[in-house]
Design a protein. Structure first.
Length: 190
């Protein structure tokens, strides 16, 4: 085992990003190793098929490498690269098909399967949301974007984004049978 991997494993993301900004490919490779699974996971929750999630994640990391000088360490590197990936995925989706605020009745949730004992996971529940709800909920709770950041990223009014997030979370709670949010607790990014 070489000393290189152990040296890189000890470095913080901010240090690795600084080396990568100076052209350090090995240091950037360590950042990719650390964060590629979370980027692909976010993209899958946003609705990307596995192959598309892999492609967008790769493109996001290439863009992150090219823009590494812009990363200031004010937030986590993982959140920064997930934002890049989310924006790239959204750009691809917009090119494929235009979508705007969908009426509530267009986003009906599939009824629970008769066998209530059968586990329904979050990914399946997210698939039951309309595309705008799924994207807004994923960006808010998967990528950690605020409602205002989501509105800017998807080019929708702030109120529309808040509605998509609220409706999406309400539908997820119903689908997953987790009940309402405790009183007094505000939604992320509100």
């Amino acid at each position: 085992m070489s000393a290189q991997p152990s040296r890189l494993a000890r470095l913080h993301d901010v240090e690795l990003a600084a080396f990568a900004a100076a052209g350090g490919r090995a240091e950037f490779g360590e950042l990719v190793r650390r964060h590629s699974a979370s980027v692909r996971g976010l993209l899958r929750r946003m609705g990307a098929e596995a192959a598309l999630a892999d492609d967008v994640a790769q493109d996001a990391f290439i863009q992150a490498f090219e823009r590494c000088r812009e990363y200031r360490g004010e937030g986590t590197f993982a959140a920064w690269v997930r934002k890049i990936a989310a924006r790239q995925y959204l750009k691809r989706r917009v090119k494929e098909a235009r979508w705007a605020e969908a009426p509530e009745e267009d986003a009906e949730i599939v009824a629970f399967l008769p066998d209530q004992g059968r586990a329904i996971d979050l990914d399946d529940a997210l698939k039951a949301l309309s595309e705008p709800e799924r994207v807004c909920v994923s960006l808010c709770h998967g990528a950690g974007l605020t409602h205002a950041e989501i509105a800017a990223a998807v080019n929708l009014p702030l109120g529309t984004v808040k509605s998509h997030v609220k409706r999406g979370l309400d539908k997820l709670r119903a689908r997953l049978d987790v009940g309402p949010r405790p009183e007094g607790r505000r939604a992320h990014g509100a």
